[in-house]
Ligand binder design. Structure first.
Ligand SMILES: [Zn+2]
Length: 458
């Protein structure tokens, strides 16, 4: 339970509905907008290659008052679907292995945050899937579970060959996006998962893993964590020598070093050690919400100097202090009941789902507004600069999303919000994806440089 603010979905089979009436209303609004889109193009991802579509959209805009403010002719929507949109962190991964859940089918927004139809509707082009497991019960568990999760991602792609591809480089990624395909990347969340084994790290890279989060919410044997609900006692004052070896091996491989979840000392050690830019795959900023999972201004400046990117986390309990308090109180009050019902109804998922729906309707999970999320983007862009900010929503890894960002279909509203805050189209395009693609390209370049250095060595 010490981890529940970051992994609350361990309590549930699916995301509960925090504000049922409001969400339905907002979903209806979005459907209006999305329906406008679908009537004009069958695949939003291909808009950029079909200029005629623009003309059709313009005509549709002129003839449809329903779509006049929200439809495809909207400049924010155009920018969104014309950019490569990358998200740094999703915990949908375990669902890929479930026989009762199909990535290719559309699900209600009470049933998780994303699936392929909703990803298309939200204009998301690239997702880093989180390969995660908590503290290991026995030696070997980290490697076994990670392999199962990685396999599940590849199997999901195999089942959807027309739509999904696992990319191994930025060049492959860009080609796939140009072909209108959704790109799957992977990141391992928690250095404990490699079980102190650099061979495992290398093999994970060969299987397509492109970042490793150095810790989850607890210290590893080689790196200190930031914790989530409380800060663990530091045991290494950052990275140990082996921890630095892990970072250097990642540089050699071309794998991004992810500093979300690490302690401040680990962050500064990682930045100092790494030859390539580091990323925070799903972290926000402390100046807006003083939470241990967020980054201080000093860290944002160091990240920018390193060439890295902070990918802003959407979780209301991280990004809004009042919501943090309300969510903690909510879990204190309801967590034990939910755990008990989940255990009691383990054999009856249908009844559990019904009970859960009724429970969340009666006990809404606290959320904040989209404006708060935009405050985090504003501050990160101001302090780190427009080249060092990205998106790391934490889809399906947290219990709630801000009002107005209920699931991945709402992503175009983030683009609209950033433009409305006065950020240039150039900046927004970078934040949507180009910044993190630059770090991945840079990691590839550093790996090639290291390879040529060792080839030249006597
Ligand atoms: Zn996380």
């Amino acid at each position: 339970m010490s981890d529940f603010l970051d992994r609350p979905n361990a309590l549930f089979a699916a995301r509960p509905e925090p504000l049922r009436v409001q969400r339905r209303f907002l979903a209806l609004l979005f459907l209006t907008r999305a329906d406008c889109g679908r009537s004009q193009t069958s695949d939003a991802g291909r808009i950029r290659r079909i200029p005629m579509t623009r003309l059709i959209l313009l005509l549709a805009l002129l003839t449809s008052t329903a779509c006049a403010t929200l439809g495809e002719g909207d400049p924010a929507r155009d920018l969104h679907f014309d950019s490569i949109v990358v998200d740094g962190h999703s915990d949908t991964t375990p669902r890929f292995a479930r026989s009762d859940w199909d990535f290719a089918e559309r699900h209600d927004d009470t049933d998780g945050d994303m699936d392929l139809p909703r990803i298309r509707e939200g204009g998301l082009d690239v997702q880093f899937w989180s390969v995660y497991t908590g503290k290991l019960a026995a030696p070997g568990d980290g490697l076994r579970i990670a392999l199962e999760r990685i396999d599940a991602v590849h199997e999901m792609a195999r089942r959807n060959p027309e739509d999904v591809v696992v990319a191994y480089s930025v060049a492959e990624l860009r080609e796939a996006v140009d072909d209108g395909r959704f790109v799957s990347l992977m990141g391992i969340e928690g250095g404990h998962i490699i079980e102190e084994n650099l061979a495992a790290l290398r093999l994970f890279h060969r299987l397509g893993v492109r970042y490793l989060t150095l810790t989850h919410s607890f210290n590893t044997t080689w790196a200190d964590s930031s914790g989530t609900t409380s800060i663990p006692e530091p045991t290494h004052d950052g990275l140990t020598d082996f921890g630095r070896d892990v970072v250097l091996e990642m540089n050699r491989l071309g794998m991004l070093v992810d500093i979300s979840h690490v302690s401040d000392a680990t962050f500064f050690d990682a930045v100092e050690t790494s030859r390539a830019p580091v990323i925070a795959s799903h972290s926000s900023v402390r100046a807006v919400a003083d939470h241990t999972r967020n980054m201080s201004d000093e860290m944002l400046r160091a990240l920018a100097a390193n060439g890295g990117v902070v990918m802003i986390n959407f979780y209301p309990a991280y990004i809004d202090e009042e919501t943090t308090r309300a969510t903690t109180a909510w879990f204190k009050e309801h967590g034990p009941t939910l755990m008990e019902r989940r255990k009691a109804l383990a054999e009856d998922p249908q009844r559990l789902a019904e009970e859960r729906a009724a429970f969340f309707e009666a006990n809404p999970v606290p959320v904040c507004d989209l404006d708060v999320l935009l405050d985090h983007f504003d501050h990160a862009i101001e302090i780190a600069g427009p080249d060092h900010v990205g998106i790391g929503a934490d889809w399906d890894g947290v219990i709630s999303m801000p009002a107005g960002m209920e699931d991945v279909t709402r992503l175009p509203d983030l683009t609209a919000g950033l433009l409305a805050r006065g950020h240039s189209r150039k900046t927004v395009r970078k934040v949507l994806g180009e910044n993190v693609l630059r770090t991945l390209e840079e990691a590839e370049r550093v790996a090639a440089e290291i390879a040529s250095e060792s080839a030249a060595a006597p």
